[in-house]
Design a protein around this ligand. Structure first.
Ligand code: SF4
Length: 332
């Protein structure tokens, strides 16, 4: 269980039920009052080498931006929701890239306002909309601190239209299993070969636990997807991903195998990742391979198109062999 070393909080959170609950829950933890969760000077000034220590803090505030961004993948909109950042430390995490080294977990206590906007948008739409609520954090992990996911599902179940979706790398799903979710929630479990989980996705659940969580969620009648992401073209990547897909075939329940869909995403990387990783994880493996990646502006890198094409052919062949009838939403 995550125990923060310090809590940085905006005074306003005392006006919210969740804010009061969190202050009470962490009454023993040292606290620092802040003006704005977006701009904590003390944190901005820290060295990259202090990245992991910074991740031990919890920032609690009120979310001010509520703008939805159109999306055309599994969801229709990316929605800013109850948290951003995470206590884990995947070396490629795109939140690091967006927030520089400030990818620590921030919790937002005005959840009623955020869910209300989703419900209103869903009800006003002619078509059935799906809202991605987990693009800025990991909500299964966040739920262990706030119970927000349970609260969200309970409060969304009787809405007549719309679905919610989020990805996760965590197996802590037990609190969700008995909820009356009415199949309005799509949970997408992110997986990678065991070697990558152990050497790159620090602080996340093991592969075996993630697969067990998928089987439990399917048994509890949730719609479940599998995100093979991010694909990292390390040495022997074919063998590594072949073993992963075989592992899925052998360990998913029959019921899960019948219904899961797939998304495949190739890793992107950035100058910021490189700077932080080389100082914060000096002994870790190198995931940036300049012979395989190319710049795509603003210090960001993506795999070269011939590598991506090779990867796409590989994943289409493997998945159609082992999961012949399952939908692949996209490979990007
Ligand atoms: S679990 Fe997700 S949000 Fe957390 S560090 Fe890893 S990629 Fe980032």
């Amino acid at each position: 269980m995550f125990k923060p070393t310090a809590i940085y909080f905006e005074k306003e959170i005392e006006n919210y039920e969740l804010g009061k609950m969190l202050l009470e829950k962490y009454q023993e933890v040292p606290k620092v009052e802040i003006e704005n969760h977006n701009n904590i000077e003390e944190m901005r000034k820290k060295e990259n080498s202090e990245f992991l220590k910074m991740k031990r803090n919890l920032i609690i505030g009120v979310r001010k931006t509520h703008q939805f961004v159109e999306n055309h993948k599994v969801s229709d909109y990316l929605v800013p929701y109850t948290s951003s950042g995470c206590t884990a430390s995947c070396m490629y995490c795109y939140l690091v890239c967006n927030y520089n080294k400030c990818a620590y977990m921030r919790l937002f206590v005005n959840r009623e306002k955020m869910l209300e906007k989703i419900i209103k948008t869903a009800n006003q739409s002619e078509k059935e909309l799906t809202f991605e609520i987990g693009s800025n954090s990991d909500l299964i992990l966040e739920n262990t601190i706030t119970n927000n996911l349970v609260w969200t599902i309970e409060n969304f179940k009787s809405v007549s239209k719309g679905k919610l979706t989020f990805p996760t790398k965590f197996s802590y799903v037990d609190d969700l299993l008995t909820l009356d979710h009415k199949r309005k929630v799509i949970i997408r479990m992110s997986v990678n070969p065991e070697y990558i989980i152990n050497h790159v996705e620090f602080g996340t659940s093991r592969l075996k636990e993630r697969i067990e969580a998928i089987n439990k969620l399917v048994e509890a009648d949730y719609e479940v997807g599998i995100l093979i992401a991010p694909v990292i073209f390390l040495e022997n990547w074919r063998e590594k991903y072949h073993e992963l897909i075989l592992y899925l075939q052998e360990n998913l329940s029959e019921k899960a195998k019948k219904q899961v869909f797939f998304e495949v995403i190739f890793m992107t990387y950035s100058y910021v990742h490189n700077a932080i990783n080389s100082e914060a994880f000096a002994n870790a493996i190198q995931i940036f391979d300049k012979t395989k990646m190319t710049g795509r502006g603003r210090g960001k890198y993506m795999y070269k198109s011939e590598i991506r094409k090779e990867g796409e052919v590989f994943f289409r062949e493997e998945l159609s062999h082992y999961f012949e009838k399952n939908r692949i939403w996209y490979i990007v």
